[in-house]
Design a protein around this ligand. Structure first.
Ligand code: FUB
Length: 527
């Protein structure tokens, strides 16, 4: 049978079973034992957008599944999966892979884009899944829409609770021009139901009838949550409503994030479920993935936050993995304050001696301290080179008018003996370009000696091909500061900008590194 027909038949069969409410066998889990975050760390299954739920004495986490290849910058997310545990500290989780797919759940949904959903227990005791998916036949400019499915158990079987179509899109419940994803739903103590959703800085909220589907009144727009970007999560604790969310208020002085693409998790509170909302601060610093996505819940007397990172094996911004950490409260404040979450990781083997001593240096640059917010100077010595990096994976200098020369600098808190460096340039324009980001026309290394900058002696060639490590060896020098000085490509009137993904500096002998940046303060000369 042709594959397409076969697929169509399977889908049709599943929809028929669901419509008839026929018992389908529960999905089979596999047991996972984790020693810390991320929960699934081996790169077999990536997991994103965690939405926790407490049901049947267990903590469930609904998650999407990232399936993008390492060099693809896109949310390739075809299905949802579930994790379940009855004891977070045990590290034992049941993993239900491939739980649901948009096109099998909703007859009106397109395949793929199984984005951030949430399962909530309704006033009728059944479970409701709010699922952002793309509408297959929509004429809306943005086809994302939120469908609702219902089941008697978080494990399903699930069926469309509103086969007429999504309850939110660019056409329902009222015309709008936002991207309708990232739903969060809360059933209040009095049984009233509230739905919030929205990304790209647009947050909407609405009350739903107790049927968990029908909108009640008009949607509100929330504009008072500082830096709101996306991923709202609504919950209630001791009569206060909390909204945690991914914020991207970026800048050197921002308490949220130094770079535009990253997100912190921030929160606000309200005395009523539809606000007004007051911004209260940051709960979680930016994680290793550009997106951050929270869920907050109390389980067996302890509050937790679930989020995702790029920390699993082979992980990336589009290969994310779910993590969980404790949330603690300051109940002396009114309303109670969420304390900054201490992000934890599975223990790693102790670092081996290495020649690359860049991770122990403080990185600065000629365009600092106000480096354009899309770039991140800390990427220079984070040990990561990505196949398709985003701007925060590199230091860069792009502005509308670029100078002919830029430099980046490492300073160590004590003199280091070095004899080589390796650099990975990034470019979106070819060598010689006077626009965009291009490899440098030429570059060289300088070290600080006796109060002046000197070129490193007896070097090999300085290569400038982007995307690979270009290594240059030199006669050993001992210094506290090293600079890579770049002469930009251009025609003498206009110059391209420069970008570097990673810059390693090799000590003569392998050594154990002190903690990142040690006591370096950017000063190079003895004081
Ligand atoms: O997973 C796709 C999108 O990434 C989610 O909708 C956002 O919240 C972000 O996590």
């Amino acid at each position: 049978m042709p594959l397409a027909l076969n697929k169509w038949r399977v889908q049709g069969f599943c929809l028929l079973l669901a419509a008839l409410n026929v018992r389908v066998p529960p999905p089979q889990p596999r047991l996972i034992h984790t020693s810390g975050n991320p929960i699934m760390a081996d790169g077999e299954y990536y997991s994103a957008d965690p939405a926790p739920l407490v049901a049947d004495g267990k903590l469930y986490i609904l998650a999407g599944r990232d399936e993008a290849p390492a060099d693809v910058n896109d949310f390739i997310m075809k299905e949802w999966q579930l994790l379940a545990t009855d004891d977070v500290a045990s590290g034992e989780w049941l993993h239900y892979p491939s739980l649901l797919r948009p096109e099998r759940l909703f007859a009106w949904a397109a395949e793929g884009r199984a984005y951030a959903g949430q399962i909530v227990r309704g006033p009728d005791g059944r479970y409701y899944l709010y699922a952002p998916v793309e509408q297959r036949d929509s004429t809306n400019p943005d086809k994302f829409a939120i469908g609702v499915a219902v089941a008697d158990s978080p494990l399903g079987p699930w069926r469309d609770a509103h086969p007429q179509g999504p309850i939110v899109s660019q056409s329902v419940p009222e015309r709008n021009d936002i991207q309708n994803i990232d739903p969060t739903v809360m059933v209040d103590d009095d049984g009233r139901v509230y739905l919030y959703w929205g990304t790209f800085g647009r947050l909407r909220g609405i009350e739903l009838e107790r049927d968990m589907i029908t909108p009640k009144g008009n949607a509100i727009s929330v504009t008072t949550l500082d830096g709101y970007f996306e991923a709202p999560w609504l919950f209630k604790r001791r009569n206060t409503y909390y909204m945690v969310y991914a914020g991207n208020k970026a800048g050197r002085e921002s308490e949220c994030t130094p770079t535009l693409y990253h997100a912190c998790i921030a929160y606000g509170t309200a005395e009523s479920p539809l606000g007004p909302w007051t911004y209260r601060g940051v709960v979680l610093a930016p994680v290793s993935s550009t997106t951050s996505h929270p869920g907050v819940i109390e389980f067996k007397g302890q509050w937790y936050i679930t989020y995702h990172t790029a920390d699993a094996k082979g992980g990336g911004h589009f290969r994310r993995s779910v993590a969980i950490d404790k949330v603690e409260w300051d109940d002396s404040a009114a309303p109670a304050r969420m304390l900054r979450v201490v992000q934890t990781h599975a223990p790693k083997a102790g670092p081996k001696p290495q020649r690359n001593i860049a991770p122990a240096a403080l990185a600065t640059a000629s365009n600092g301290p106000d480096i354009p917010v899309q770039y991140w100077i800390a990427a220079l010595n984070d040990g990561m080179v990505r196949k398709s990096p985003l701007p925060p994976d590199m230091w860069g200098s792009w502005t509308a008018h670029n100078p002919p020369r830029q430099w980046i600098q490492y300073s160590w808190d004590r003199p280091v003996a070095i004899n080589a460096a390796r650099i990975v340039f990034w470019a979106d324009q070819p060598a010689g370009s006077g626009v965009g980001v291009a490899p440098p026309r030429s570059w060289h290394l300088e070290y600080r000696k006796a109060g002046e900058w000197r070129q490193v002696p007896k070097t090999g060639a300085y290569g400038h091909e982007p995307g690979i490590f270009e290594q240059v060896g030199f006669a050993p020098v001992t210094t506290r500061c090293l600079r890579a000085v770049f002469d930009a490509s251009g025609d003498g009137n206009a110059y391209a900008a420069l970008a570097v993904q990673e810059w390693e500096v090799l000590a003569i002998e392998p050594q154990r590194l002190p903690p990142a940046a040690g006591g370096a303060d950017g000063h190079c000369d003895a004081r």
